[in-house]
Write a protein that binds this ligand. Sequence first.
Ligand code: F6R
Length: 611
Amino acid sequence: MCGIIGLTVKKGVLRKKLGTVLKQCLKNLEYRGYDSVGFALISWDGELVVRKSKGKIDDVSRKLGFDDYDGSTGIAHTRWATHGKPNDINAHPHVDCKLKIAVVHNGIIENYQELREELIRKGHVFVSETDTEVVVHLVEEYKKKGMSTYEAFKAAIKKLRGAYALALIDVDEPGKIFFARNTSPLIVGLAKEMKFIASDIPAFLEYTNKVIVLRDGEVGYITPDTVFIEHIDKGRVNISERIKVIDWTPEMAKKAGYPHYMLKEIHEQPLALSSTLAGIGLEAEKLAELIASSKYVYLTGAGTSYHATLIAEYLINNLVGVKATAFIASEYNRYGKTISKGDLLIAVSQSGETIDTLMAVRKAKSKKAVIAAISNVVDSAIPRESDITVYTRAGPEIGVAATKTFTTQVLLLSWIAVKAAELKGEIKSTEALQMYNTLKKIPDIVDSVIKVVEPFSRKISSEVASKSNAYYLGRGLGVPVSMEGALKLKEVAYIHAEAYPAGESKHGPIALVEEGFPVFFTVLDDDNKDLLVANIEEMRARGAWIIVVAPKDFEKVVKLSYFTFKMPKIVFWFEPIPYIVPYQLIAYYTSIIKGYDPDKPRNLAKTVTVE
Ligand code: F6R
């Protein structure tokens, strides 16, 4: 939550004003929060300029004239409120009493109350309700004692408890941006005669793809020509060993002609899936070996990533024959006692930074379980704390609703499950080969599904838009697909949607069904098909409005439904991947018809770094 960007640059290098570049970089981080926006820069005359306000980047920038300001060094912030209401005063940056130092922050400083009281006693005047403001006053306080800005910054960091990604500027040291990271993500971008600091790589991808991903406990500063990083306790970091070149193009991070990132990312799935397949290598095989040899496999994730773990749980139990349990990451204490040495925890997180998932990882690690991560972001926190990581290669996902990262997670986990089943002797090599061949065809299958279902999804959405509730039902592997479909509708179209195993209807939920109540059925090509027909019948008898996603030759459901999405025939185990596509598109188009912005659903942020 919250996006940070900082840039320090030599005179004449940028063809635009610094305020404009900060605004553009910030736009690439808007998915991280959009309650309020602000920047601070040191003008070429050495003055500190601070502009900030409640609202989204474009509106605030128009109102405050970001484009009019230029200088050598600047920091900017887009906020997702945690401490203090989203208003002009609580917007970042925050400044010291003398208006010389400015700071932006992502995270939560847990001990800010006590620090604030201490600083107030020393005469500091606080203007906001935020936890962040303590940082800038602490630096001011240490500077009063004769420390340089960097020494004062480090001394301040040592006082903080909690999660933070910080960037700070000081008019006494123009040309420098001081930074620190603990838990919240922070990346250095290296370009000729300018250096960036940001919460995420797409922020500065237009300028450079050379990055250093900062680690917990690291502090330092950038100038246009240099980067200095040290670990707060362990000393200086060798920069050259840490530089990575990212193969994402700026186009990959932009909308590429689509009206929204969400639609672009749905359409990018064939590419994301084939890149993920192409990237499968030794690490994926190692994870398959670990699964095949584990006593017990736990899987964890949040939201969409949790739904991917439910699919993997099914495959590991039923295809590999190893006991597996998926749990929601924030509920990590559920297995706190039973998880132990010899167990494997697979943590799934596209961002690699979700704090709930990170806490589950730490808990399992403390119980000596082996930790495997599935992530889309290289070197992010969860991979770094895991024993092994297998990466999806979906490219940056900007839309808040996860789409391409879900299908790539499921594809990768499916491949790993097949490999584990083969290694364990649960399936023959010839059978495994057939399955790998099917997985190779998934990108093309998804491509054709998008083309076929998109016009129908759009049409159905105009009716879904008038509804205020919906059920998404399935059995077996169809349950997590239904859960993901319901989550998409909730988060971008703001329609209450509930998913549950179809057999549960008569145990309670069917009481809600009346004429026109929408029920989506996920009918996979397995033994549950006929039971699902009976479930559809019982809903129909109560007047439900029924939409079905089913194999194309399963004619029985067509006459029972308002509309049936006819899906291509593939090995049943892998059906969740194409079957989610109509649900993604229905959520997207319903959101559009209702006049919402699906890329920035209200109250949500892409990366959730608070518990
Ligand atoms: C839903 C969505 C969220 C995330 C969840 C976990 O569309 O995007 O539910 O799936 O916050 O995020 P990661 O995968 O980054 O750990």
